[in-house]
Design a protein around this ligand. Structure first.
Ligand SMILES: Nc1ncnc2c1ncn2[C@@H]1O[C@H](COP(=O)(O)OP(=O)(O)OP(=O)(O)O)[C@@H](O)[C@H]1O
Ligand SMILES: [Mg+2]
Length: 236
């Protein structure tokens, strides 16, 4: 088997606030292989966002290990960790986090303009246009985020997450701010991306959307309650 993009071993996370300890995650074991579409679901507070943040190198585990493309994250410097986060991971959140002062085009170009390795303006245009086309938003390049619907803004956020050609897209409640029609459309867009080869990990408390994934992980009280197998779709 090839090296997984993400491998989590006996991962735990404890938050400490005002002398109160919250065991947000305990004994998590998980591997995500290239090309997979995995969902993480479970009730509010079960640890979904915490797990996604740790896998996205936005937060650190209290115990256990995290490997990204075979590299033990605990052995890397802050700078090396940031480089992986910026280059290899695309994030999509419930809030679209677009910059209202910039055009759609410039919002998507931003990660390339801030990247350590410079990209020519011509190459940036090629990449931005490609990503806008993938999400069906090429005609909106000149608009501002506030001139688009919520569903369209989430499409732009997806395009922005794709532009640096990450190894994996980590998605947290992508439909939380959308009505059901726009939600269905966003989930169809994500599914189409996976069919074209994008590796996806989607956090959702909506069981209907969790079911769209090819592998499903269920969390309860910070532990994995069950998951469908990688090779066939049965519970173990
Ligand atoms: N920064 C933090 N400080 C203290 N406790 C936290 C922090 N972040 C999360 N928690 C706690 O950790 C637990 C898991 O939270 P998390 O946000 O991962 O849940 P979730 O499954 O994403 O919930 P939701 O579906 O509501 O988004 C909760 O009990 C939460 O209160
Ligand atoms: Mg959450």
């Amino acid at each position: 088997m090839t090296t997984p993009i993400i491998k989590v071993q006996q991962l735990g996370k404890v938050f400490s606030t005002n002398d109160m300890l919250t065991h947000a995650l305990q004994g998590i074991e998980l591997e995500i292989q290239q090309g997979e579409y995995i969902s993480i679901s479970g009730p509010s507070g079960c640890g979904k966002s915490t797990l996604l943040s740790i896998m996205g190198l936005l937060d650190f585990p209290t115990t256990g290990k995290l490997f990204f493309e075979g590299k033990d994250i605990s052995q890397l410097s802050m700078e090396q960790t940031a480089a992986i986060r910026n280059k290899k991971i695309g994030f999509i959140f419930q809030q679209f986090n677009l910059i209202d002062e910039l055009s759609i085009y410039d919002n998507i170009a931003l990660p390339l303009r801030y990247a350590k390795q410079p990209t020519s303006d011509k190459k940036i245009k090629e990449k931005v246009d490609y990503c806008l086309d993938v999400v069906g938003m090429l005609s909106k390049a000149g608009r501002r985020p506030t001139q688009l619907s919520g569903g369209q803004q989430q499409c732009i956020a997806i395009a922005r997450a794709l532009v640096a050609e990450p190894s994996i897209l980590l998605v947290d409640e992508p439909t939380g701010n959308l009505d059901s029609k726009n939600s269905d459309q966003i989930m169809a867009t994500l599914e189409a991306l996976n069919n074209q080869g994008t590796t996806l990990c989607v956090v959702t408390h909506d069981i209907r959307y969790a079911e769209m994934a090819k592998r499903k992980v269920y969390l309860l009280d910070g532990r994995i309650l069950g998951q469908t197998r990688f090779d066939h779709q049965s519970m173990y």
